[in-house]
Design a protein around this ligand. Structure first.
Ligand code: AMP
Length: 454
């Protein structure tokens, strides 16, 4: 998964892009980068690590002068995690200097790469995004035509920001798998993965970029907006709402927070026969669903876990003998909340089941009397080919075990998953948009052809 942002027609483009990237940091912590253009020669600065470590005042103000910027935060899904694959990718070609930042996963990447290799193309990265650069370099016509012709050849998930001179382009695949929004701050347009990033930097969310749309912006004006390809139907990733996106971002006319509250309300309706002393979230993603559950069921909401936000991904993966030492480092239960209680514990999802198993052990050790574990989505039974980092089927606990078997494995008193119907109802403001989501991770039904090499 990744986060992308573009800011144009602004003297502070690099600073605003870096603040936007900080807001999108949850979408990728491995690397971050910004390309700047507009007043001077295009340049890109990128590095491994967190946005706050990479972009300091000296780099933003002295090394990234210009008025148009695109930025990227990366979380590897389809290729190696290394600086060479950090984005944006800046190239020099027949059309001049161009830079691209991509969120998603191009599913016919291997096929196109093979064709390009046969034509003599040279590849520097292992990322799927690189094929787009070759396609752009080989296309002819206006800049918008070049991009449209190139994107028509791609399948799968791609939300993009593209930069050339003072022109900023935003584009989304025809299924609209990954989010992409348009916003404005004064006389500058912003394109971002999530509306929260637009608003945090002082802008206003205007609308979503439509599935299959290319929008061309220059000097504070929308020069062109075209639908380059019509999809059969919109299939936006529903897991964005369950887990990935920020609660303060807007999707399908409501905040993600509101969607998660509704997920909890529906879960409470599904579990009305279960009584407990408290409802407790697994922080942070279980928080709003637990709130909704509590409001509907009337069962007291309690915050019984303290999360340590400073334990990064890079912290040692504990070996067996260190596991006890580190098991409560990231999430620690508060004894007085948990001890002797019958608890409804709400988390967003079970993937491999290892996190849940650890949490149940910790809660039992802290004296929980009974645990009713509830998830704000259905069992994940298949991998994602559209940019979410789910492991292959063999590692997905729900692909290989029944709900009863998972309940036994976790040693909980009950185990409940939100039904797909209820999840879909929760994910739009009018509760009625049933045919606009990709739910392949819960159903195994993929909305596009998947070639096996992806
Ligand atoms: P596990 O079942 O141990 O694999 O971990 C499940 C937890 O990981 C869930 O509670 C989510 O909060 C979180 N999670 C779900 N999907 C992802 C993902 N694609 N990348 C990272 N964490 C995830």
């Amino acid at each position: 998964m990744c986060g992308i942002i573009g800011v144009e027609n602004n003297e502070n483009a690099a600073v605003l892009a870096s603040a936007g990237l900080l807001t999108l940091q949850h979408r990728g912590e491995e690397s971050a980068g910004i390309t700047i253009s507009g007043s001077e020669k295009m340049r890109t600065f990128k590095a491994m690590g967190l946005v706050s470590r990479i972009f300091n005042e000296e780099i933003l103000l002295n090394k990234l002068p210009g008025t148009v910027a695109i930025g990227h935060v990366r979380y590897t899904t389809s290729s190696k995690s290394s600086l060479i694959n950090a984005q944006p990718f800046q190239i020099s070609c027949i059309h001049g200097n161009i830079s691209v930042a991509h969120n998603g996963n191009i599913t016919n990447f291997s096929k196109i790469k093979e064709l390009l290799l046969k034509k003599g193309a040279i590849f520097n990265h292992t990322s799927d995004t690189e094929i787009l650069l070759h396609l752009i370099a080989m296309s002819k016509g206006s800049f918008a035509d070049i991009i449209a012709n190139s994107l028509r050849k791609l399948e799968g998930a791609f939300s993009l920001v593209i930069l050339k001179d003072r022109t900023l382009i935003g584009a989304r695949d025809s299924n609209g798998f990954r989010p992409l929004v348009l916003g404005k701050i004064d006389n500058s347009y912003i394109i971002s993965s999530e509306s929260a990033a637009v608003e945090v930097i002082g802008g206003k969310y205007i609308r979503d970029i439509k599935p299959g749309e290319i929008i061309v912006i220059e000097d504070g004006q929308i020069k062109k907006s075209l639908i380059y390809k019509k999809g059969r139907r919109q299939t936006s990733c529903i897991f964005e709402q369950v887990y990935f996106s920020r609660p303060d971002s807007v999707m399908f006319e409501q905040t993600i927070k509101e969607a998660r509250v509704k997920m909890g309300e529906y879960l409470a309706q599904q579990m009305k026969n279960i009584k407990a002393d408290i409802v407790m979230p697994v922080p942070d993603t279980g928080y709003f669903a637990a709130l909704g559950f509590s409001r509907t069921s009337g069962i007291l909401f309690e915050n019984g876990f303290i999360r340590n936000h400073y334990v990064g991904r890079s912290f040692i993966k504990p070996s067996q003998n260190l596991r006890n030492l580190t098991s409560t480092l990231k999430l620690r239960p508060i004894g007085e909340v948990v001890n002797g209680k019958e608890i409804i514990l709400i988390d967003d999802s079970i993937v491999r089941g290892t996190t849940s198993k650890r949490l149940m052990n910790i809660l039992k050790k802290t004296g929980a009397k009974k645990i009713h574990f509830a998830l704000s989505c259905p069992p994940i039974i298949d991998s994602c080919y559209y940019g979410i980092d789910t492991p292959s089927r063999e590692y997905l606990i729900a692909a290989n075990n029944s709900v009863e078997e998972i309940k036994e494995y976790l040693n909980v008193d009950s185990l409940n998953f939100l039904s797909l119907d209820n999840l879909i109802k929760a994910c739009s403001a009018d509760n009625k948009k049933s045919d606009v989501f990709c739910a392949a991770c819960f159903t195994g039904k993929y909305p596009t052809k998947i070639s096996k090499s992806t």
